[in-house]
Design a protein around this ligand. Structure first.
Ligand SMILES: NC(=O)c1ccc[n+]([C@@H]2O[C@H](COP(=O)([O-])OP(=O)(O)OC[C@H]3O[C@@H](n4cnc5c(N)ncnc54)[C@H](OP(=O)(O)O)[C@@H]3O)[C@@H](O)[C@H]2O)c1
Length: 247
């Protein structure tokens, strides 16, 4: 599917940046959304320098109006929407008994409600078009429990079961939704942990491959799901985790 129009949330750095660049390399026109405009502009410039097409659209996934505008502007710029990559997400580490409501709400508003709102905007367009794909960036932490991460684990578990339910709805009108569950991928989200040698080694001991993944390894799978996977593949969550969720 060359010339696909793709929205990537959280495209300014990390996994989202890598996914956006990978899709652009395959000929997709990529709408880069996120809150930090300078980061989005940097990704756009890199894509354009590679001969690709990208549009910067500042967006906060916690704000429904901002999300609605993102999809309106995508259609204005490119005339259609083919793929949504729900990547924007945050993580915190706090024991459940010490967590306040604001932290819980911030995680759920970003990782679950924001993903629902984006999916709803995309899904209405996919229903009208009779085609379309969404790929949700979940997490291995949505497949297993981890102490200190109850809110994050619960939010990513919600993403995985949302994916199954929506896939079943969308199959009726020819659209697909799948998820990818990354294990540890070296990005800003875990930079602090990686800087702590003891914590880093402890994490590596839990990964059969004894290393973290790269954003490129994840972007390959997302690009396949977005552009090349068969329509019959839907509702699935693919772990890309060096075996972490298999043991
Ligand atoms: N790296 C890992 O090990 C790992 C493992 C499993 C799952 N994941 C998931 O992968 C996704 C990307 O993570 P990453 O590792 O690339 O982390 P990252 O480097 O911290 O990037 C997170 C991205 O999300 C965006 N974002 C956060 N809140 C947002 C909001 N309210 N509105 C719009 N954009 C927002 C950020 O942009 P702004 O701050 O500029 O808005 C940023 O571009 C997340 O869903 C994360 O949970 C990562």
């Amino acid at each position: 599917m060359s010339n696909a129009v793709v929205v990537v949330t959280g495209a300014g750095r990390g996994i989202g940046e890598c996914v956006a660049r990978s899709l652009a390399k395959e000929g997709a026109k990529v709408v880069l959304s996120g809150r930090t405009v300078s980061a989005l502009e940097g990704v756009r410039d890199a894509i354009e320098a590679d001969g690709g097409t990208a549009l910067v659209r500042p967006t906060d996934v916690m704000d429904p109006e901002s999300i609605a505008g993102l999809f309106d502007d995508t259609e204005k710029a490119f005339g259609k929407l083919d793929v949504l990559v729900n990547n924007a997400g945050i993580a915190t580490q706090t024991n459940m008994v010490d967590m306040d409501e604001a932290e819980w709400d911030r995680i759920f508003n970003t990782n679950v409600r924001g993903l629902f709102l984006s999916s709803r905007e995309a899904g209405r367009r996919f229903r009208d078009a009779g085609a379309g794909r969404a790929i949700n960036i979940a997490s291995v932490f949505g497949l297993v429990g981890r102490p200190g991460f109850s809110a994050y684990c619960a939010s990513k578990g919600a993403v995985i079961n949302f994916t199954r339910s929506v896939a079943a709805e969308w199959a009726r009108f020819g659209a697909q939704m799948n998820a990818v569950a990354p294990g540890y991928i070296a990005t800003d989200i875990n930079a602090e942990m990686r800087a702590d040698e003891a914590a880093y080694k402890k994490v590596l001991r839990g990964i059969p491959a004894y290393r973290m993944g790269t954003p490129e390894e994840l972007a390959n799978v997302v690009t396949y799901l977005a552009l090349n996977a068969p329509d019959f593949l839907t509702g699935q969550t693919i772990a890309v985790d060096g075996g972490e969720s298999s043991v």
